[in-house]
Ligand binder design. Sequence first.
Ligand code: ADE
Length: 224
Amino acid sequence: MRIDIISVLPELMESPFKTSILKRAMDKGIAEVHFHQLRDFGLGKYRQIDDEPYGGGAGMVMMCEPLDNLISKLKSERNYDEIIYLTPDGETLNQKIANTLSIKDNLIFLCGHYKGIDQRIRELHITREISIGDYVLTGGELAACVLADSVIRLIPGVLNDEQSALTDSFQDDLLSPPIYTRPAEYKGLKVPEILLSGNFKKIEEWRSEQALKITQKKRPDLLH
Ligand code: ADE
């Protein structure tokens, strides 16, 4: 998978892709991430990328031309499956969206700043708009990192068996059951007997029951 990320602050996004599992995915050649500095496509001597909103109001708007030129250049180089704009008014990211995107070959993530991008860029180029939650960040960069992490870890070969995504919370619209490691008792708190029993069929049943119980308690909305 190739992800092209368009931003005015690409340096904000460097370390997540140079660390741990995402780094390994890059090193193995399973995923590649390319950053594009929008300012390089800015207009005039000052490399302008934003301007005041028509009709007045606070904040600046990211202009059409630099974005259009950069996105058009990328599109002339390869076919993109989705061109995603990270924005608080997009559809809220969930595991299903991450699963869907994890089987794509080429994605563009566009990080907004200021008040956002000119509506015409949304109409011309954007195929999907994604929010990472109902709150406003200073820009789309951290949201792009969250989206990339949720997607890249699902690409086959990125996680090893122990890290398997199949038992993740949300994977079956259920939260994960409680987990424990040694010691069997800590500060008077005991690991549930069943997990020490060696009866793997019973353990699986217990985990399923717990997953259902915890989901009912914490996130009943997931159970439709
Ligand atoms: N940009 C600013 N806030 C955001 C959010 N919550 N999700 C995605 N992009 C954003």
